[in-house]
Ligand binder design. Sequence first.
Ligand SMILES: [Zn+2]
Ligand SMILES: [Zn+2]
Length: 147
Amino acid sequence: MLSDRNLWTKIGPGMTKITNGSCLCGGVTYEIRGDLRPVVACHCNQCRKTSGHHVAATRCKTRDLTVTGDTLVWYKSSDIAERGFCGTCGSNLFWRMFGSETTSIFAGALDNPEGLKMVGQIFTRDKGDYYDLPDVPDMADTSNLKT
Ligand SMILES: [Zn+2]
Ligand SMILES: [Zn+2]
């Protein structure tokens, strides 16, 4: 069974992967120093509303993420999670569960998504009827990923 835990990639000791991203206007930039999980698509209603389609997100340890700029806004989208976006241009950037040690990073905002691949998807039953699902496995075990 494909699960979030076994999607994490491991990088050799002594090597720190650095990944950068930003919102559309540049008001928010960020750097991730550490491992990134492969990309997972989410078709839930909240991701559809905030993104205008479905979300495709990688994930990092929150302590590896450094955000620069002062236009980042957090919106509490449910009792258990919040979403980070740029208050100027509206770019959707982050999702994180309260109390979690990881932050989901919306892959479209990465400057240089080197080597990342979409490997799974969740909440496929909530998808819009105007598109077909990507050809990646449905990660049924998503109870801990609920938005
Ligand atoms: Zn912006
Ligand atoms: Zn979602």
